[in-house]
Design a protein. Structure first.
Length: 139
């Protein structure tokens, strides 16, 4: 995922800012959203799930994209992606139970990065408590 019109430096030839990379790359940097549940929920969508596009397939600020996956127990998962003009993504999930058994599901999200990000060579870091003793330190 690269940000159009946003570059790494003010130089006009600077590369666009790259936010996300596939998990398989050595510098993988990705977001994952998924579900966990009881043993009776069937196959849950995961990173390798093949979803179907429900309607529009082009994501833009005016047009969200909805993906659908139906598992072996009658659970219909719908995931809608939307983005605004400032690259703020919103991901919404709904699950419809069309099977005959009640299920318990929990959703989760994580952002993972596999490489060490570039940081300045000097920085200040404080770990621990800061405290004052007596009333003079509180002025």
């Amino acid at each position: 995922l690269k940000l159009k019109h946003y570059t790494e430096t003010v130089d006009k030839n600077s590369p666009e800012i790259q936010l996300l990379n596939p998990e398989q790359l050595s510098n993988g940097y990705f977001a994952e959203i998924g579900f966990v549940g009881d043993s009776n929920v069937g196959t849950l969508p995961g990173p390798k799930t093949v979803w179907s596009v429900d309607g529009n397939s082009t994501l833009s600020p005016a047009t969200p994209v909805t993906l659908t996956f139906t598992n072996d127990k009658g659970l219909v998962f719908k995931r809608t992606f939307s983005v605004d003009n400032d690259y703020m993504f919103t991901v919404s999930d709904t699950v419809q139970n069309t099977g005959g058994t009640a299920v318990s599901l929990f959703n989760y999200g994580r952002v993972a990065r596999f490489d060490k990000p570039a940081v300045a060579s000097t920085y200040v870091l404080h770990e621990g408590l800061i405290g004052v003793t007596g009333s003079e330190g509180l002025q």
